[in-house]
Design a protein around this ligand. Sequence first.
Ligand SMILES: Nc1nc2c(ncn2[C@@H]2O[C@H](COP(=O)(O)OP(=O)(O)OP(=O)(O)O)[C@@H](O)[C@H]2O)c(=O)[nH]1
Length: 410
Amino acid sequence: MNNRCNDDSTEWISECNDSRFAMGCNDDDLAMERNERKQQANEHDVDQLIEHDIDQWIEHEVDQSMMGSRNADEIDDPRIPVTIVTGFLGAGKTTLLNHLLTSDHGQKIAVIVNEFGEVGIDHELIIGAEDEIIEMNNGCICCTVRGDLVKIALQLLDRKFGMNERAYHFDRIVIETTGLADPGPVIQTFLAEDLLAQFFKMDAVITLVDACHAHLHLHQGPEAQAQIAFADILLLNKSDLVNMEQLTALEARLRHMNVSAPIYHTCQSTLDIRYVLDVNAFDLSHKLDIRPNLLHAHHHHHHHEDHVRSIVLQDERPMHLQKINQFMDEWLINHAEDTYRYKGIIHVDQVDRRVVFQGVHMMLGINTDRNWRDDELRLTRIVIIGKNLDEVWFQQRFADCIAESTESAL
Ligand SMILES: Nc1nc2c(ncn2[C@@H]2O[C@H](COP(=O)(O)OP(=O)(O)OP(=O)(O)O)[C@@H](O)[C@H]2O)c(=O)[nH]1
């Protein structure tokens, strides 16, 4: 983390302490608060939820808030906070998620990850022992899988309050959208679906911006712009890759697109988590200014630009290291501009460890991580997202990388 990040965080913490709720609690207050909560909860549609669990939940929430460990605004709102993490392909969303999951906050986070591409890689790259990661890979969260999102959210509710065997007492939900998602419909799902609106509240839409590539992305269709416009908090990430002048120019551009969201400079999406969790920053009126019909369900027919698509390269046979290197060299020389984002896990011949690589345009990172486990299939899987991709070329060059011994043995 650079100095800028540190400066920001000190400033914020003092603000944050000022606004924290501190209140002496006596038994009458507690009893009154509990009754009020119960009344609210009984008004909810609790068909599938067990009342006893709701009682416990309310009790817990009231105790928490009376003890002063929550923001003042939350005293009146016991709903489960939802954070949407958005940002163009490769901006640093998964990096932020890992930072949130490994930070010391004592909360259990249910994570919903939606990836663009037929197969997911992110679940392999997210670190989270206690936390549950739910993947949605059957399409883009803002178009085809909104029904799935509602279903997943309701299942999570059932696991938190219900008699479901797979009980899971999470404290909050974080949703990572695909880099090509318009966050509008995801927000809408939580606001316009009655049952979800009763149990969940939006905490914030956090948009990551890749300081190094934003100038390319802002020209690539409306998604990157919508993500910035809808943000409650903007993280200008990868600030290590640009100079101060470029950072200031980009910040001015973001400010022009979104006048109200605080903008924080980050490296590796790292900042004090109190910038981003339990911030109560969601500003509905701001969203309605951008999209007046946001609350009207089913208004939105979003089409990604057709020239943006994903390719999956996959094979169980081990890969030849030098050939893979050569393939990537050629790829970056000839296709870097058009490959927005790529991620992969490679099974390299004679290597017991997984080789993990990922990149954004020319920026490629590659490393070996853990050993393959005995019980897992050693599968090479690469997902490439880009525009005007020549799939035949990629599939052919990938096939050329299969280690020869295996190739002739088959
Ligand atoms: N130099 C630099 N690299 C970064 C920074 N933050 C993230 N990265 C790298 O950028 C790449 C993309 O980061 P991710 O967190 O996977 O990005 P993402 O937004 O989740 O990407 P998608 O899931 O494809 O949309 C990874 O290789 C990260 O290690 C940063 O601040 N500086």
